[in-house]
Structure formats: C-alpha cells, structure tokens
Design a protein around this ligand. Structure first.
Ligand code: CAA
Length: 259
C-alpha cells in the first residue's frame, strides 16, 4: 500500500513513522488512520523490525482527530469512527515490538491518545499535550478517558479532560504523562538511542514483558502475576533464553537472535 499521509523510514531494525499532514497539523483523518493500521498490520510478524518510533512532521505531533470529519458525523458514524480509531490504538498498544512516541509538538485529543497508546513517550521541550475535546462539545473517543486515568490517576485525568487545558512538556513530565523531555534537536536521536538499546536485548523477552505489563494493568495483581509466571516459563522454550543465561555464566556478551 502506498502511503500519502505517513512516511516510513527504516534506521537499521527501527522504523520511524512520521505522520505527515502538516497542513492540518497531522490531524488523524480516516485515510491516515487506515494507513497507520496498514503499517502495523503489515509489520506484525516482521522479524527484521525491533522497534517503532512515531512522530509528527512540522510543529505538531498530531493535533487530534480530524475535526472537519468529526463535524460531518451522526450518531451512527461517530460510533463507527471511534471504533476504528480505538482499534488502531489497541493495535499499537498490543504490537509485539516496543512503540515509542517522539512527541515533537502538539499532541492534542486523538494525538494525545495516540501517544498514550505507545509504550513510552519522549517529548521535546516544545511539546504541548491535552484532551481539549470539551471545547468542541465532545469527549475523548480514542481511549483518552481510559488511558489518561490509568497513566496519571483519576484526579489529574478529570482535571485535564474537564478543563480541556493544554499543558507543556514540563508539566506533562511532572504528572507522568511523558517519560522524558529533551531539547527539540535531540528528541529523535534520543528516541533512536532508546529504541536501539531495547533492540539489543532479547526480542521475545521484551515482547513478553510488554504483554505482561499491558495485561496486568487490566486484571487484579494475583491474575497478573499468574500471567507473568506462565510467560516466564514460556520464554524457557527460546534459544535466546539459553543464550542469555549461558552468556552470563561464561562471562561474555549475549548474542540474541530473536528465537
Ligand atoms: N482537525 C482538523 N484540522 C486541524 C486540526 C484538527 N484536529 N487541528 C488543526 N487543524 C488545522 C486548522 O484547521 C488549520 O487549517 P486551515 O489553515 O485550513 O485553517 C491548520 O490545521 C493550522 O491550524 P491553526 O491555524 O489552528 O494553528 P495554530 O498554531 O493557530 O493552533 C492548535 C494550533 C492550538 C493546535 C489549533 O489548531 C487547535 O486547537 N486544533 C484543534 C485541537 C483539538 O481540539 N484537538 C482535538 C480534536 S477532537 C478529537 O481528537 C476527538 C478524539 O478524541 C478522537
């Protein structure tokens, strides 16, 4: 599939996906959502890909769902649009490789929701984040009410969503909405550095750890720990597990193969 709204560049085993609809501050219209879905579907089993970085072209990460399209929705099409958008967020959240959001600028509404569906959020000092949907008479619909409360707690999530306030990167870091903040010119290098560091670890172990953390947040502690235990023992069927443990014993660096 040829992409019109996203650009994909491979840096070694890391894919950099840049949302490129600058004239609309990278707002997620239906076509962009379809292209992002296609990217993640196409690479679901790509063994040559060990991490994804999502960023935005120009001054925005993503300024939200496309408001012009939202203005045309009715009760039925609004639900359908949110179903498709939420599906994309689930796809990213459950993608078997780590997905890092490099939040370069505005991450509002669906843009903040996209960043929250990623595993780790790195922001530039110029980033601005928020869920301003109430200004439009609507609410977040790509999972924002759910993921924001899980990330920053219910009080802060309510404060942000009820007020529609847009916060800067320092405040987003303070409340735990982003994990690191860097000068603009360093953001992509830092994102690549982190993605490559993770890519140097045992890929199946990283993937299983992601699954455990995600699943665990949806269930009680005991069930989460049960899932972790089963995942832990499953990893014993991999070559990389033997390699990692043997390399330690033999005092050498492990060579992981992703098997
Ligand atoms: N959808 C469609 N177009 C958008 C857009 C969006 N979310 N955000 C910005 N644009 C467009 C503008 O309409 C404008 O286009 P024109 O030049 O054709 O008028 C262009 O991008 C540049 O935007 P501005 O001139 O407004 O740029 P600015 O620097 O003055 O302001 C901004 C930047 C504060 C981000 C402002 O654009 C803004 O408030 N955008 C809307 C943010 C928003 O409300 N997002 C939530 C959307 S709803 C949602 O996402 C629901 C959900 O949960 C799924």
């Amino acid at each position: 599939m040829d992409f019109k709204n996203i650009e994909v560049k491979k840096e070694g085993k890391i894919a950099i996906v840049t949302i490129s609809r600058e004239k609309a501050l990278n707002a997620l219209n239906a076509e962009t959502v379809t292209e992002l879905k296609a990217f993640f579907h196409n690479h679901w089993r790509d063994e040559d890909l060990l991490g994804v970085i999502i960023t935005g072209a120009g001054k925005a990460f993503v300024a939200g769902a496309d408001i012009k399209e939202l203005a045309e929705c009715n009760v039925i099409s609004a639900e359908e649009k949110m179903r498709i958008g939420q599906y994309l967020m689930h796809l990213i959240e459950n993608f078997p490789r780590p997905v890092i959001a490099a939040v370069n600028g505005f991450a509002l509404g669906g843009g903040c929701e996209l960043a929250m569906a990623c595993d780790i959020r790195l922001a530039s000092e110029k980033a601005k984040l928020g869920q301003p949907e109430v200004n439009l008479g609507i609410i977040p619909g790509y999972g924002g009410t759910q993921r924001l409360a899980r990330l920053v707690g219910r009080g802060k999530a309510k404060q942000l969503i009820f007020s529609g306030d847009i916060i800067d990167a320092a405040e987003a870091y303070r409340i735990g909405l982003v994990d690191e903040v860097y000068p603009v010119e360093e953001l992509m290098n830092k994102a690549l550095e982190l993605a490559n560091k993770i890519a140097s670890k045992a890929p199946i172990a990283v993937s299983k750890a992601k699954e455990c953390i995600n699943k665990g947040l949806d269930v009680n502690l005991s069930n989460g720990c049960d899932f972790e235990k089963v995942s832990f023992s499953t990893i014993y069927g991999t070559t990389d597990c033997k390699e990692g443990l043997n390399a330690f014993m033999e005092k050498r660096k492990a060579e992981f193969k992703g098997e």
